[in-house]
Design a protein around this ligand. Structure first.
Ligand code: FAD
Length: 120
């Protein structure tokens, strides 16, 4: 069997920005790539909402669709305009998956995104 420390290290070092949030998108964990993409250190963003990354120019309908999907225990995939700590905008290709507890209820969300600005 794979040791738990290996699972932890693989998430820490995965080459995609990963965050784990509570049910309201308050950030509980970020990996190293999240810091590289967004510019935020854990100490600066843990406890804050994912909306801190929003450039506030993404249409409301996109967020409505996102929450409509994930709150029904489905995976959402799409693109949002985000803003780094230093202020620079980037296009984020984002996947959000619900994490379920032993009763099948949503306990957390996991977000995975990459900067795809160059691809456009
Ligand atoms: P919000 O106040 O968040 O509301 C926007 C709309 O979303 C609301 O009108 C409502 O329809 C819906 N909504 C909000 N919260 C809930 C809830 N708890 N339950 C049901 N519906 C709700 N946003 C980004 O811009 N960039 C990201 O990289 C990003 N990553 C995310 C990663 C994860 C894991 C999760 C769960 C969310 C992520 N979000 C991201 C979404 C973010 O949490 C905000 O909803 C979004 O940024 C809009 O913020 P807002 O303050 O403008 O509006």
């Amino acid at each position: 069997t794979v040791p738990l420390s290996l699972f932890v290290a693989s998430v820490e070092q995965a080459p995609i920005a990963i965050s784990i949030t509570d049910k309201k998108a308050n950030i509980l964990y970020i990996n190293n790539a999240f810091t590289q993409v967004t510019g935020y250190l854990a100490a600066e963003i843990l406890g804050q909402n994912e909306s801190k990354l929003s450039d506030k120019c993404t249409p409301r309908q996109v967020y409505y669709d996102l929450w409509h999907t994930i709150s029904r225990k489905q995976v959402w995939h799409g693109q949002l305009v985000n803003r780094r700590k230093q202020g620079q905008r980037y296009l984020a290709d984002l996947t959000i998956a619900p994490m379920l507890d032993e009763h099948g209820a949503i306990s957390h969300y996991i977000g995975m995104h990459r900067d795809v600005t160059q691809a456009h």
